[in-house]
Write a protein that binds this ligand. Structure first.
Ligand SMILES: NC(=O)c1ccc[n+]([C@@H]2O[C@H](COP(=O)([O-])OP(=O)(O)OC[C@H]3O[C@@H](n4cnc5c(N)ncnc54)[C@H](O)[C@@H]3O)[C@@H](O)[C@H]2O)c1
Length: 257
């Protein structure tokens, strides 16, 4: 544990599984005191088993007041919040002309509104302290035309927009806001999304379907969850203080600017 990281505290959303769990574990390994929030309470308990003193914050982050409650819980427990990783996310595949209000509300509720409210709550606490780092998880999808994944891609375009606005609003107060776009990682979310895509396209050769999608990645392989999480941790702890309003592409060349 380095002295620099000794006192730092972080809130990682969506840490009940997938990449959020790995981000939490890597931050814990660096000596950061971590609070984890997720709607999946059982998943949170599994994540928390990795470290002593991990604060669990189970619940739906889209509920009114949930963002403020999560941020206050961290500040009350440790007296400060240094890092927010807005990682929780949701996406559903549905054909453009069959899109429903329910799926738009669910997708935008967590990917956009909760992320914005968490950024406001943590941003205010960080502004008062004169320091902090916020990392938002976006997606290559935000810049693609995806007729069967429109709510998700629109929600991630909104994440890019919020990241830029928050970066400008908070930079004068010593708070750095950046984002990271992961490539295809084999998490539960990605696997179920691709299974639905395959079904919709009438493909019963799932492994071939996956291999075709992997071949589109210039590096020729999917991302390891740990390597993407390491880049999130770099933004949260190690990136130079002059790096702000950046979108870091960790997609093996899928995203090119
Ligand atoms: N897996 C990929 O290939 C990929 C690619 C690009 C971007 N992403 C993004 O990376 C992030 C992590 O995704 P993942 O692949 O680990 O998926 P995941 O489904 O494993 O993790 C997302 C987590 O968010 C939680 N969550 C969802 N709705 C919530 C709510 N209302 N309140 C609280 N928690 C909620 C889920 O319970 C889950 O644990 C997401 O923002 C996702 O959009 C993933």
């Amino acid at each position: 544990m380095t002295e620099r990281n000794e006192q730092r505290t972080a809130l990682v959303t969506g840490a009940g599984g997938g990449m959020g769990r790995e981000i939490a574990h890597q931050l814990i390994a660096r000596g950061v005191r971590v609070a984890i929030a997720d709607i999946n309470a059982a998943g949170l308990a599994e994540t928390a088993a990795a470290g002593d003193g991990v604060a669990h914050l189970p619940g739906d982050l889209t509920r009114e007041g949930a963002a403020e409650t999560a941020v206050s819980a961290v500040a009350e427990r440790w007296g400060r919040i240094d890092i927010l990783v807005n990682n929780a996310g949701y996406g559903v595949i549905e054909p453009f002309l069959e899109m429903t209000l329910k799926s738009w509300e669910r997708t935008l509720g967590i990917n956009v509104t909760a992320l914005a409210m968490l950024t406001v709550a943590a941003g205010n606490a960080m502004k008062a302290a004169g320091r902090g780092r916020i990392v938002n998880i976006t997606s290559p999808a935000s810049r693609m035309a995806l007729p069967n994944y429109a709510a998700y891609s629109a929600s991630k375009a909104a994440v890019d927009s919020i990241t830029r606005a928050a970066a400008v609003a908070l930079a004068p107060h010593g708070v750095l806001v950046n984002s990271l776009a992961p490539g295809m990682m084999d998490t539960e979310m990605q696997r179920s999304t691709e299974a639905t895509m395959a079904r919709m396209e009438g493909r019963d050769d799932f492994e071939t379907f996956l291999a075709e999608r992997t071949r589109r990645i210039p590096l020729g392989r999917r991302a390891e969850i740990a390597e993407v999480a390491a880049a999130v941790v770099w933004l949260a702890l190690d990136a130079p203080d002059y790096l702000v309003a950046e979108r870091l592409n960790m997609s093996g060349g899928l995203d090119k600017d």
